[in-house]
Design a protein around this ligand. Structure first.
Ligand SMILES: *Cc1c(COP(=O)(O)O)cnc(C)c1O
Length: 392
């Protein structure tokens, strides 16, 4: 099959919910991908922050195939080792107390929202189910997480949405106070807003917010679906902010390319979702859990330190290119936003870079770079050379 035939097949049989780039990807190795015609691409996108340890990582492949030959799925009605060992690794390295596993980011946030509402219901009864989220946030595409997302463009078509969300200005404690009331049970935020444009939160704001949450007995919920699993240079971004959330959601990078998500709860919240209150048929799937263990083992302290180094290197190199179409860079670790200026939009620039062999993402009005965390310096330099040549 060639590219044209594949595109025709897609258009004939797929719901056209995605505006795809006119590129197909067939296989990959490290942070380098190849299309059906054999053309090479350097990957600064990781399948939207998912392929955290690159493509065809031998340990990852071995763990998946080994587990598939042993036990592919069993449900949560029985004990099995892979999810339990994964939960241990996650808790030990994050300081959280207990895990719940699901299959995606939106589903993880749904679990976290349920946890917050149940915590409050158990303690205060009905009428305290409102969750404050931030403007410009992104929390997912389900009917509930669309409404948790603080952007009007996501509040269309699909009425009625799940109620109980109120939006505060990111970075402003005053704004939180303004929308607060006796009906609030939690605040949910991303520490670096991803889809919103790669916008890191100010540490002082996050600290003050944590204090306010503790005073009001609001749960502090951190959506680490994009920032988690080493993306920002620590296993979770909250570990750089000096806070202990009540619950943290994760997904994207956790299983290195297999669908998995989940929630970590601290000591106070570990027992809120008791038997029968929350479940997922596929949650904690043995193959995904085996893959995720390889991801966590690969992202040891040394690899995490390199995430910060490589992220800083990429940002410095881009800023020093002096390109008229690119402005300042921002971000944390290898979650990088590059401001776009000049005539061409970020979408147009991204399409040109992709055609020339560098996969990038957009977010807000910026270019967004989420390379595999294990990308080599040679691949980084190759990617940056494509950027310079394309945008010169
Ligand atoms: C991607 C993302 C989600 C949604 O994850 P899905 O796996 O697509 O459901 C939620 N929150 C944040 C911060 C994300 O980046």
């Amino acid at each position: 099959m060639d590219h044209k035939e594949l595109v025709e097949l897609d258009h004939q049989y797929m719901m056209q919910t995605y505006g795809r780039f006119d590129v197909d990807i067939d296989h990959g190795q490290g942070a380098t991908l190849y299309d059906l015609a054999g053309k090479e691409y350097i990957d600064f996108s990781s399948g939207i922050g998912v392929n955290s340890i690159g493509y065809a990582n031998p340990k990852w492949v071995e763990a998946i195939t080994g587990q598939a030959m042993k036990l592919g799925h069993i449900s949560n009605l029985f004990y099995s080792q892979p999810y339990a060992k994964l939960a241990q690794k996650l808790c030990e390295r994050s300081g959280m107390a207990a895990a719940f596993f699901g299959n995606s980011g939106a589903e993880a946030n749904e679990g976290m929202i349920k946890l917050a509402r149940k915590y409050s219901f158990d303690k205060y009864g009905k009428g305290r189910g409102t969750i404050i989220t931030l403007k410009n946030s992104f929390h997912g595409r389900t009917i509930t997480t669309l409404n948790a997302t603080g952007q009007d463009v996501f509040h269309q078509y699909f009425f009625p949405f799940t109620e109980g969300f109120r939006y505060a200005q990111a970075g402003s404690i005053d704004s939180i106070q303004e929308v607060a009331g006796h009906d609030v049970c939690a605040v949910m935020l991303e520490l670096v807003q991803g889809e919103g444009g790669v916008l890191p939160m100010d540490p002082e704001y996050v600290h003050d917010l944590a204090v306010l949450c503790a005073e009001r007995d609001w749960l502090l919920l951190v959506d680490e679906v994009q920032t988690g699993v080493g993306r920002t240079g620590t296993l979770f971004a909250f570990q750089q902010y000096g806070i202990i959330p009540d619950a943290v959601s994760f997904a994207k990078g956790i299983a290195g390319g297999l669908p998995m998500g989940g929630v970590l709860a601290n000591e106070r919240c570990r027992d809120v979702l008791g038997p029968g209150t929350h479940a997922s048929t596929f949650g904690g799937n043995p193959i995904c859990a085996a893959a995720a263990q390889v991801v966590l083992d690969t992202l040891d302290e040394d690899a995490l330190a390199k995430v910060t180094e490589k992220g800083n290197y990429i940002r410095t190199r881009i800023e020093n290119m002096g390109l008229s179409s690119l402005g300042e860079t921002r971000g944390l670790g290898m979650m990088i936003g590059v401001e776009v200026k000049g005539e061409e939009s970020n979408k147009v620039l991204a399409a040109r870079l992709i055609q020339n062999g560098l996969l990038v993402l957009t977010a807000g009005s910026a270019l967004r770079l989420l390379p595999p965390l294990t990308i080599s310096m040679q691949e980084i330099d190759k990617g940056l050379a494509i950027m310079q040549e394309t945008l010169l």
